[in-house]
Design a protein around this ligand. Structure first.
Ligand code: DAR
Length: 368
């Protein structure tokens, strides 16, 4: 048990310098914990111990984990997010709080010389009266889905958000078959299956698949709410266009609408903001992204050049299906600001607006 765990981590420390959880684990701190807390913290690190190639290597499993194990998580957050160990997060959706944006506050990429692109902003949220996905029971997962179905009934009745819920839970009245599931995944509406992701399996987040999982989609397919993925909820707005405000503002309205419904109290930390499973998403839980074709930078069939240019700009590069997916056929990549924590929501979407034009210039320069 714990002593084997300590020995296992100690052996990994020397071999896996990029595994943040393993590198930040302190046996002396661990020894001060009660037996119960030792088991809780051990569970948080299980994914990174079973998958030493992890970059982060840990997930919170209870809403209070970040606060209850602050000596450990403060080091993890400092190392990943490049902030001080006593950093505190502040949330702010007001674009007026960000300097250097257009006077009218409209973030129109057309004014930067860019065409209509696929725009997407998503946030992770967890309900504070449930364990996080890594520690949920099958019953928890089904109870959470049933609570969300009551919320979706309210959204369905609203003209601006009306749509339908698609459940993966056998026996659920909104249950869909494999063909429908595959079609929704191919349309980038539903999330891909989790029971093949070794990190999520080891974290307990993929347990009981597919029970308690599903996706709400508005009729215009521009608002999606995933249930039971890496967080209890992933709420996202997307559309093809040039004005980032349209997805950012609609997401804010959708969040406020959902959070106003009884039983929708989200998990927050006074120090760390929005609580998410993964420390990489803590604070805002927000990823704002654009899909842009970069045929010159991806001419060698890889995203290596694009990543080398994007990283210093504070931008992350993914495939068009999200994390761990391939480049699009025409060299299209998913570009998003890397920061989630100790940055506000307004600053994230502003960083996307300011960063994408620099990447576009690098693409043009690469083609000369
Ligand atoms: N495999 C995990 C991924 C961490 C970041 N991505 C998330 N949360 N989807 C790792 O620790 O590398």
């Amino acid at each position: 048990m714990p002593s084997d765990f300590i020995d296992k981590i100690s052996a990994l420390k020397a071999q896996w310098p990029d595994n943040i959880a393993v590198q930040c684990f302190d046996p002396a701190y661990f020894a001060t914990l009660s037996e119960g807390h030792k088991l809780r913290l051990q569970k948080c690190l299980n994914s990174g111990v079973e998958n030493p190639d992890s970059e982060m290597g840990c997930y919170a499993c209870q809403p209070s984990d970040f606060d209850d194990f602050k000596p450990f998580f403060a080091r993890v957050l400092a190392r990943h997010h490049k902030v001080a160990e006593d950093a505190r997060h502040v949330n702010n959706w007001d674009l007026g709080s960000v300097e250097g944006l257009p006077e009218d506050g409209v973030l129109d990429i057309a004014k930067l010389g860019l065409p209509a692109l696929s725009m997407r902003v998503r946030v992770g949220r967890n309900l504070r009266d449930f364990a996080l996905p890594g520690s949920m029971t099958k019953d928890d997962r089904i109870r959470l889905e049933n609570r969300m179905m009551g919320v979706f009934d309210r959204l369905i009745a609203m003209p601006e958000f009306g749509g339908a819920y698609y459940s993966l839970t056998p026996g659920n009245p909104c249950f869909i078959d494999d063909a429908k599931y595959d079609a929704l995944v191919d349309a980038h509406i539903m999330f891909k299956r989790m029971d093949t992701d070794r990190y999520l399996i080891a974290a307990g987040i993929a347990a009981d698949w597919p029970f308690g999982r599903g996706c709400y989609a508005s009729a215009d397919r521009e608002l999606m709410i995933w249930v039971g993925e890496e967080d209890h909820l992933r709420i996202m707005c997307m559309k093809r266009g040039t004005v980032l405000n349209e997805v950012f503002d609609r997401l804010k309205l959708a969040l406020e609408t959902v959070e106003s419904i009884e039983g929708m109290e989200f998990a927050y930390s006074a120090d760390y903001g929005v609580v998410t499973s993964c420390p990489t998403n803590l604070g805002t839980g927000m990823r704002a992204s654009l899909h842009i074709a970069l045929p010159n930078l991806t001419a060698d069939g890889t995203d290596a050049k694009a990543k080398a240019i994007a990283r210093p700009l504070g931008l992350a590069v993914r495939g068009i299906g999200g994390e761990h997916t391939p480049i699009g056929a025409d060299g299209t990549l998913d570009i998003s600001p890397s920061a989630r924590f100790c940055i506000t929501e307004a600053e994230i979407v502003a960083a996307l607006y300011k960063g994408i034009v620099l990447l576009k210039d690098a693409e043009a320069a690469c083609g000369k």
